[in-house]
Design a protein around this ligand. Sequence first.
Ligand SMILES: CCC[C@@H](CC(=O)O)C(=O)C(=O)O
Ligand SMILES: [Zn+2]
Length: 330
Amino acid sequence: MCEEKHWNSSQLRRYDLQFEQIPRIHYTDPKIDELISANKPVVITGSNIIKTARDHWTPEYLEQNLGVAGHTVFSSKTHKFKYFDDSKISKNNLNGIEFIPPTRKCKMRMGEFMKKLREWKPGNDRLYLQQPLNNTVGPLIVEDFAHFDWEYVNKRQAKHNWGPLTSNLLLISQEGNVTPCHYDEQQNFFGQAYGYKRCILFPPSDFECLYPHPVFHPHDRQSMVDFDRPDYVKFPKFGNAKGCETVVEPGDVLYIPIYWWHHIESLMRGGPTVSVNFWFKGGPTSLSYPLKDHQKVSITRNVEKMLLEVLQDPKEVGPLLRSMVMGRYS
Ligand SMILES: CCC[C@@H](CC(=O)O)C(=O)C(=O)O
Ligand SMILES: [Zn+2]
């Protein structure tokens, strides 16, 4: 039966890369757990994981029920919302390295946020509400949240030895917004409640093609490559990245494995989107050989942290690593 499509490819941004499709599998199919065990992405379809959000969480419903507290809203002069850790902006940490925050963070009531979205004109700052669900939300949201299929989620968490659930982030995006390519150190069930989002994922083994900022940098874990205008001189291996993609629709839950790179965009001309993610700490990892790719990424992070700790000056880390490797390990 041909599925009715609610979007077309002109709503996707163009990049220089080709992508495989991420498999879409019904939640009752045991293949789901096979892929999660293998730390591979999969779109879980037809489940009740976030059914109450899929049924109720339109932007208008959220405007009525999210509560009167101020919510965390990012604003950007471009369509990109590149995350940065403001605790890493301190003078001595950057040691003269210039950093210009690409977005501004503020607290905004839902009514004001929705009004600005309705009145948005090209040239205005773009907005992206990103708020952990907590006890400030209204009773109907609490009710919907309580009726997520926690049994299904908790079973996966236990079966795959994930750590504790750390947060559920509510994401309300303007059409066309992009969260640029980055990885998180958490397992993620990414639930799509309203609208359509294109998700491009790359395995941890693409580390060399995606050039993450140094660990001490505020953009730690974020790719240095601008997907809209890749600099192939600075990032010559970017063209070798082997990504996979999907467009998640209301009710879908995309499993984004820990340390997998992901770039997520709300479709252009697709209206606002609403997502809710489930971030879990990674489970206890025993160093079994051969090491998994994400374990190697974790090891490089520890090496960078240790070197910075002992060298103090971030500008000395590169030269020391080069002197260690060039002509000896290269
Ligand atoms: C702040 C989190 C944003 C989200 C991507 C997106 O929906 O724009 C993501 O990267 C994640 O769920 O890990
Ligand atoms: Zn992420």
